[in-house]
Design a protein around this ligand. Structure first.
Ligand SMILES: NC(=O)c1ccc[n+]([C@@H]2O[C@H](COP(=O)([O-])OP(=O)(O)OC[C@H]3O[C@@H](n4cnc5c(N)ncnc54)[C@H](O)[C@@H]3O)[C@@H](O)[C@H]2O)c1
Length: 251
């Protein structure tokens, strides 16, 4: 892990912040890319010399390209790129106020799916410059999907479609990048206690916490960070999506 230089989109909050902490905790270096400058800069100063924050909007082609160059300047290389930037917008296909707003659907796809691909393609291009390790490996890309990719709930056509897209691109990207020694994986989290869920009322959180088979609780962000470290450290993991969900199968 002390050779790892990771870029983490959405690194200012929730699962991304936990990932940054886990990588630095294991001896690696991390650049957090996020549009939330306040939280991003605060976490970078907390994590010290092994961490940097670069402001970035993953949906903006030119801005992410510029952020990539600044991120490369921070530690001179990138060996792992983890996409955690995401939003969870909810609306039914036809709700009380009429048809699902189309811009809401497009925004979900733009941030969760296009944004993940945008970071991955730019990171993979930079990884091609890395010298291969003994296994021929130059880097690893990790996307964040969701169990909603498989069991989307009412009100989640946009979110589930965006996450289904993430799951769908893992294998073709792994195939595209295999010759360069770059692995591509995704994690499909169940229900994790992050600012995304902390906004729900307490009874709703408790109801969700009863859903996993075992353990009967919400996932802890540090458990996501530990899974990221496991994927980074396991060269034989490639081309698939790992559910990290306490056995939950949403109804
Ligand atoms: N929390 C859960 O239970 C859960 C479950 C399944 C999947 N996920 C997924 O995990 C990822 C992280 O979620 P979280 O719970 O940590 O949420 P969060 O809201 O705590 O963090 C998301 C981060 O993404 C950043 N972000 C959003 N849009 C961005 C953009 N366009 N460019 C750059 N940064 C942007 C936000 O500023 C924020 O810091 C998301 O993709 C989410 O869909 C979360």
């Amino acid at each position: 892990m002390d050779q790892v230089v990771a870029w983490v989109s959405g690194g200012a909050s929730g699962l991304g912040a936990a990932t940054a902490r886990a990588i630095v905790g294991a001896g690696g270096k991390v650049v957090m890319l996020d549009r939330d400058t306040e939280k991003g800069a605060a976490l970078a100063s907390e994590l010290g010399d092994a961490a940097r924050f670069v402001e970035a909007d993953v949906t903006d082609e030119g801005a992410l390209q510029a952020a990539r160059d600044r991120a490369l300047g921070a530690f001179g290389t990138v060996t792992a790129a983890i996409s955690c930037a995401g939003i969870a917008l909810a609306a039914k296909t036809v709700g009380r106020d009429g048809a699902h707003p189309l811009d809401m659907f497009k925004r979900s796809i733009d941030i969760n799916l296009v944004g993940s691909f945008n970071l991955a393609r730019l990171a993979a291009e930079a990884m091609q410059q890395n010298s291969p390790d003994a296994d021929g490996q130059r880097g690893v890309i990790i996307h964040t999907a969701s169990v909603a990719a498989y069991e989307g709930q009412k009100g989640q056509p946009a979110y589930a479609a965006s996450k289904g897209g993430v799951v769908g691109m893992v294998l073709p990207m792994a195939r595209d990048l295999a010759d360069q020694g770059i692995r591509v994986m995704a994690i499909a989290p169940g229900l994790f206690l992050t600012p995304m869920l902390e906004g729900l009322p307490e009874p709703a959180q408790e109801a969700l916490a009863r859903q996993p088979l075992f353990p009967k609780r919400l996932g802890r962000p540090e458990e996501f960070g530990a899974m990221v470290n496991t994927i980074i450290a396991s060269p034989y993991l490639n081309g698939s999506t790992i559910r990290l969900d306490g056995g939950i199968r949403l109804p």
